[in-house]
Design a protein around this ligand. Structure first.
Ligand code: HEM
Length: 120
């Protein structure tokens, strides 16, 4: 029986020393492999703890890559477990959230000015 991991357990393995990824509902330990990855370690690190199926398939990896992948298999993902959004430190996402707040504040100020002018 293969070992089964929840999305939460996989998500906790998103660091450079402990890096797991999910491809087609299977869990792979890429902690060592990422440094040897022909496509670079960063691309894999960014997906650490997450489902990398789409990225892996989109690249069109060779049969050789698929064979390699099999050697990194550690278990299956528990599909009944709650999916997790992996938080990364200082991503561009958090920056864009900051600018969204700024846009909201500007919109409110402009509405205030418009209201003031219309009621002059
Ligand atoms: C454990 C999973 C993975 C394995 C075993 C793996 C393996 C490989 C191998 C063997 C190659 C050389 C070309 C080939 O044989 O297809 C390659 C290239 C590449 N991989 Fe992966 N890969 C993995 C995950 C990923 C992921 C998640 C991405 C994310 C986008 C990715 C992106 C790339 C890119 C961009 C290249 C092209 C490098 C180049 O030719 O310049 N790989 N990978």
């Amino acid at each position: 029986m293969p070992k089964v991991y929840s999305y939460q357990e996989v998500a906790e393995h998103n660091g450079p020393e402990n890096c797991w990824i999910i491809i087609d509902d299977k869990v792979y330990d890429v902690s060592q492999f990422k440094d040897e990855h022909p496509g670079g370690d960063e691309i894999i690190m960014d997906l650490g703890g997450q489902d990398a199926t789409d990225s892996f398939v989109d690249i069109g990896h060779s049969d050789e890559a698929l064979k390699l992948l099999k050697t990194l298999y550690i278990g299956d993902v528990d599909k009944t477990s709650e999916p997790v959004v992996v938080k990364k430190a200082a991503t561009s996402e958090s920056q864009s959230q900051g600018s969204a707040t700024l846009v909201m504040i500007l919109a409110v100020v402009m509405l205030g000015v418009a209201y003031y002018l219309l009621n002059e």
